[in-house]
Design a protein around this ligand. Structure first.
Ligand code: SF4
Length: 223
């Protein structure tokens, strides 16, 4: 049984290796202010980040304030978002969230967790990603990559994202929390993929208890 101290040390080593592997790791969603990030995150639910970025690159230059998003006729916004799945629900979610920003926060995205969570359709993942990436706060937003890779690395035995977040908050040093998420996202895309983790060639192999770690490597010809 690994002690908490040993696990924390392992996290530091994992961070060191991943930083070498992905020195430019960052959030894949494009944004230039907290409102854009909030909207991009709503759109990114079960959608590819690249697709979201291609759609928002035009929209963010047209609609800059929460009031702009509220003022767009719903049908028009649906049309503008129709390349993205669940675009009708997402249209409503964006407009409700922006309406709440106008009603309660002067049109600004708040920088407190509780305030963000009070917005319609905003859960802990979105709130933490906004806090970490748009406001520079120490926060862990558990998306699909962070949840999956943390589990395989034995940093959590939980499957509920809120509980995964609680486990990671204990293990990941405060200044590293946002970059930890970026690094796990990068590794989750490049190597530790959902269906077929590349354990045989993974630089974290010696630090990872995932069962396939011990599966035999493919035979080398001539040996
Ligand atoms: S060893 Fe396998 S499960 Fe562990 S981090 Fe690497 S790819 Fe993922």
């Amino acid at each position: 049984m690994e002690s908490s101290e040993a696990r924390r040390k392992r996290v530091v080593e994992i961070l060191r290796i991943l930083r070498e592997l992905y020195p430019h790791a960052k959030l894949a969603l494009a944004f230039s202010n907290p409102l854009e990030l909030l909207i991009a995150l709503i759109l990114a639910a079960q959608a590819r980040d690249e697709l979201v970025n291609s759609v928002t690159s035009t929209l963010f230059s047209q609609y800059r304030r929460a009031a702009d998003w509220v003022a767009i006729p719903e049908e028009q916004l649906q049309n503008e978002l129709q390349k993205i799945n669940f675009y009708r629900n997402k249209t409503r979610a964006i407009q409700k969230a922006c309406r709440a920003l106008l009603d309660r926060f002067g049109g600004k995205v708040p920088d407190r967790l509780d305030d963000l969570l009070s917005l319609p359709g905003v859960g802990r993942k979105t709130a933490n990603i906004v806090l970490g990436n748009a406001f520079g706060q120490s926060a862990i937003g558990v998306d699909t990559h962070v949840g999956r890779v943390s589990g395989r690395l034995g940093l959590t035995a939980q499957t509920d994202p809120d509980k995964i977040e609680a486990d990671l908050l204990v293990l990941v040093p405060e200044p590293d929390r946002v970059s930890f998420c970026h690094l796990l996202q990068a590794h989750g895309r490049a190597v530790c993929t959902a269906r077929n983790p590349g354990c045989a060639g993974c630089n974290l192999r010696d630090l990872c208890p995932y069962p396939t770690r011990s599966s035999p490597s493919p035979p080398t010809s001539g040996i």
